[in-house]
Design a protein around this ligand. Structure first.
Ligand SMILES: [Zn+2]
Length: 346
């Protein structure tokens, strides 16, 4: 009898130990964003890998590629405005998608104006027009922002969207320390999230996840606000919006937490020259590795063909994606691009 009791106690202790150690490991792995000395830091690289000196060297050597206007797909704004049943995704351009899922309309990094710049007279201008006009949008329930760079967070767009829905503003999710800026723009329904935090809107859960990037909107605010990717967990369908990122081990962590993605929106452009861009912008090969790391069932390449931000020729990202996926036996159904303005069912 005594022996049995002893064994039972022993077993309980072992099980308890495993549960506790697993919890500790999980807390270590999914550690929140690191905020130190007034700035946020990446998980796997030091914050000073890209100095101002290197930036100046790049600007000196940089040769702008020729602008290309990519053909626009025709979409159906009336269908999009009335649709609350069919899950769809529409590419507006760059990192802006309209996602219709679980009866909700979601915008990622909305940018509908002419320039990705603090000025309306200078800075990178659109080479391909917006795929869907702002006035053709359905009522928006949720906006997710990945970081504060001008090609991802556009003041004029946010203000137009707010004006359109003055009495019923969409929920805007932003990384830490960006709420104040959005409120300055006039947004009233803003929530800040740190890495691995989540929030619920109706029947979806939205998680902030770490990616490898940085932030800056003025001369004095480098990395003072956070950057992130977003996972949208809808009933039976999980979407990953990657935002802007270099390749890192963060994607292995994201897979550990979420197991797989049904759909991922992954940047494939703005990667040259590699010596300067590689830490904060993945190239096409790395984008495919991200797709694999997070076990994505289907991925769409974004962040190309809209603004000239870096040195690679504008058609190169899509040509490379086609060539490399073929080489790696990945079908176009699994990882492809869609035309600006195209709506696809998901
Ligand atoms: Zn960026």
């Amino acid at each position: 009898m005594k022996r049995r009791k002893f064994i039972k106690r022993g077993l309980i202790a072992i099980v308890g130990f495993f549960i506790m150690s697993n919890k500790l490991i999980a807390n270590q792995i999914f550690k929140s964003s690191l905020f130190k000395d007034g700035i946020f830091h990446n998980n796997f690289i030091s914050h000073n890998v890209s100095s101002f000196k290197k930036f100046l060297q790049w600007r000196k050597e940089s040769k702008k590629p020729d602008p290309i206007t990519f053909p626009l797909a025709k979409n159906n704004p009336v269908f999009l405005k009335n649709n609350r049943i069919t899950p769809t995704i529409t590419w507006v351009g760059h990192a802006t998608f309209l996602i219709q899922i679980a009866g909700l309309n979601i915008l990622t990094d909305p940018h509908f104006t002419e320039r990705a710049s603090p000025f309306n007279f200078a800075g990178p201008s659109r080479t391909t027009p917006v795929g869907l006009k702002i006035e053709d949008l359905p009522k928006i329930d949720l906006i997710i922002i990945s970081h504060n760079h001008y090609d991802h967070l556009d003041k004029q767009t946010i203000q137009q969207l707010i004006k359109k829905q003055q009495d019923n503003q969409p929920l805007i999710l932003v990384p830490l320390k960006l709420k104040k800026l959005l409120e300055k723009f006039g947004a009233k329904n803003v929530q800040e999230l740190g890495w691995w935090d989540n929030t619920i809107l109706k029947n979806i859960k939205i998680h902030s996840v770490p990616v490898q990037h940085w932030s800056k909107r003025s001369f004095t605010d480098t990395n003072k606000s956070l950057w992130c990717g977003w996972v949208i967990d809808a009933p039976n369908y999980r979407t990953f919006f990657c935002g802007d990122t270099g390749y890192s081990k963060d994607f292995g962590l994201i897979q550990k937490k979420f197991k797989y993605m049904d759909l991922s929106l992954i940047p494939i452009g703005a990667y040259a020259p590699r010596w300067f861009m590689k830490y904060h912008h993945c190239n096409v090969e790395e984008a495919i590795q991200i797709h694999k790391d997070i076990k994505s069932k289907r991925s769409i390449g974004m962040h190309w063909g809209t603004f000239i931000l870096t040195d690679e020729p504008m058609r190169e990202p899509i040509e490379k994606l086609e060539q490399l996926t073929k080489q790696k036996n990945i079908s176009p159904e699994e990882f492809t691009v869609i035309q600006h303005g195209r709506t696809v069912k998901i």
